[in-house]
Design a protein around this ligand. Structure first.
Ligand code: FMN
Length: 143
């Protein structure tokens, strides 16, 4: 199974989560920055995981533009899952659900519900245990 974790990250926390998910997925799974990944390379049956920090209640701009550029049907037959990183605020908005919505609009089939990982402050670090949680999520997606 081809599995790719596409991410954008300002301070490195989302990148670390993406790499942990890829480790959990195992095999040839890899984490790739959004600027270096074309969805046209995905074959039906592949797994595409996409993640971003929440910035102003939505995904980062580069990832948002990448999602906007996905044509209808461009992810037909591709399994998809989404995550975000966020701070533990009472009101934090959401990016993962917006990402999953865009992936499904392009034809992706949801492999898991959107999920999220916490950072302690804007620049991080990640809360204790989040990398382990991400790796376990990757193992679950691979299974
Ligand atoms: C301009 C800005 C806006 C942000 N807005 C939110 C927000 O609406 N909700 C939230 O939970 N976190 C927000 N954050 C915190 C980010 O989610 C946090 O910086 C991010 O998870 C770190 O990931 P990164 O290291 O991959 O960039 C914001 C951060 C910045 C810099």
């Amino acid at each position: 199974m081809t599995a790719v974790v596409v991410y954008e990250s300002q301070y490195g926390n989302t990148q670390r989560i993406a790499e942990a998910i890829a480790r959990g997925l195992g095999g040839d799974a890899r984490a790739v920055h959004v600027s270096a990944f074309s969805p046209a390379t995905l074959e039906p049956g592949a797994l595409l995981v996409v993640g971003s920090p929440i910035v102003g209640w939505k995904p980062l701009e580069g990832l948002g533009a990448w999602l906007d550029a996905l044509g209808p049907g461009s992810l037909d037959g591709v399994r998809t899952a989404a995550f975000d990183t966020r701070v533990k605020l009472f009101i934090h908005g959401d990016a993962a659900k917006k990402i999953e919505h865009a992936l499904e609009a392009a034809g992706g089939q949801r492999a898991a519900d959107p999920t999220w990982y916490y950072v302690k402050g804007t620049e991080g670090p990640l809360l204790d245990g989040e990398l382990e949680k991400a790796e376990a999520w990757g193992r679950q997606l691979a299974g």
